[in-house]
Design a protein around this ligand. Sequence first.
Ligand SMILES: C[S@@+](CC[C@H](N)C(=O)[O-])C[C@H]1O[C@@H](n2cnc3c(N)ncnc32)[C@H](O)[C@@H]1O
Length: 250
Amino acid sequence: MNSVVVLPLVSKEYRLLANRLGILANEQSDALSDFILSESNSLIALSPVDKNRGGSIHCDFLAPGFQRYLSSVTRKSLIAKACGLKGEGAPSILDISAGLGKDALSLASLGAQVSMVEANPYVYLLLYSGIHTLKQSSLALSSNISLLACQDAKTVLSQSDRAYEVIYFDPMFPERKKSAKVKKEMQYFHQVVGEDHNQPDEIFTEAVKQARKRLVIKRPKGSDFYADQKPNYSLESKVIRYDIYLNFVE
Ligand SMILES: C[S@@+](CC[C@H](N)C(=O)[O-])C[C@H]1O[C@@H](n2cnc3c(N)ncnc32)[C@H](O)[C@@H]1O
């Protein structure tokens, strides 16, 4: 993982959380630092030291652009179909790879009750500040979403006792260095998080066992099935594929 300089955080809540996550303010950057983690307007942001590498990443769920994106997501969207959001149904969903929360918020905006898990402490801080800011707003969506403690999905799955109807998993895709389609920000997000560190067999077995109705795995189109497990069916767009594993054991 590349080195991150953490600037002192303004909010006490974020400072305490950063301490708990083992992210300490280390203003004394060295010349080899790649990224800066800082707070601005109550949001935590990650920016590359070299500005040519792109702008900052943050989770501003109240931004007009993000709200416009959410209003374009409907129950006919692929992610909604993949997660079985039909008619008026509002399943409980555990997103075990929350990242920057875009998929989880999309599902929550359609009425699903979504709980998020994120293990990377830097990504977790970004997401935490976004959710914290969202929860202070009056948007109805905020009551449909919750962020669990920063931990590995395996821990949550081992304690979930089949509490969720849907488990949603979006592991890191292999980096597409040469693709112009991958935004600069996504390229360095990749560097901060790294490749998928999960043991595919292990996480698949636990996730499929814990999903009361279905496990949904997001994959790049044309890629192998995760853990070599053939899904019941898949839904595809131009670039991505959702593999759906149905679980009929009630
Ligand atoms: C491709 S990103 C997910 C993007 C997300 N779906 C979104 O809409 O922003 C994958 C994320 O899952 C997290 N992750 C991967 N494996 C995990 C695990 N076993 N437990 C918790 N988080 C995990 C990574 O740290 C990374 O932030």
